[in-house]
Design a protein around this ligand. Sequence first.
Ligand code: NCD
Length: 296
Amino acid sequence: MSFTGKDVLCILDFTRNDLERLFRIASSKFEGDELRGKVIALAFFEPSTRTRMSFETATLRLSGNYIGFGTTQATSIAKGESFSDTVRMLDAYADVIVVRHRLEGAAKLAAELAESPVINAGDGSKRHPTQAIIDLYTIWREKKGIDNMTYGVLGDLRYGRAARSFLRALNLYSPRKVYLIAPESLRPKEELLDSLKMPWEFANLNDILPELDVLYVTRIQKERFPDPAEYERVKGSYRIDTNLLKNAKTSLAVMHPLPRVDEISLDVDKTEHAFYFKQAANGVPVRMALLSEVVA
Ligand code: NCD
């Protein structure tokens, strides 16, 4: 389907064909002028490094301009202006609005208010569609395909929107198996488990590590815990290091949407397993492909 003028709110808005078209564009996209004369609004109501700066870089590499904010402290939101009024203004100024927000549904609300297309850059603890596209693209490119592999998804599967979006995205493909590896209190909600179409099971990392082709690691989402004491109980409960990886396939891809805190030891960075910096770099071509499709 064509993405021209469309909102990008959820990874399930995409079909496998849509994604593969984006992957092909991303793999050949280094510059262009598809955004010449266009203004992209980057409305980041929640902290971000990679997502915001890769949207900025993608815009500049396509000869576009951007406006926006990375913290609400410098905007009238600090004076009490509402989310809706802020979005209405951005709609008047820009051709595309990219929204990140602490609350689930913020991007959808923005899309209802704005005429310009809205791209969800992560809202609440559920959706982060552009990250999921980057994750799949990285696997597609580096592993030459996404199907028929064994995946482990480790960490905060309850509050982590990157992990949850990645799991939903895998529903568009045919993994051989997905292992969910999480402390009891960070296991996904039933709603997500019920939606999974591939064979899956809960596991301990040590038991299944030798089987894995891809290990997707995530940060414990400290800021999303309703009870800080619960965070204290689970923090530091898993850590990937080179010693542990001795039991893994040499081709195992260790992925992470970043930022990492302490869940991947720095000694993994120099190994062949470290896919996370490539993954972060892929944010630029993937967001270039997406922006060029949305404004086409
Ligand atoms: C993630 C996010 O903000 O959801 N980061 C990202 O966009 N790459 C993951 C996280 O904060 O843990």
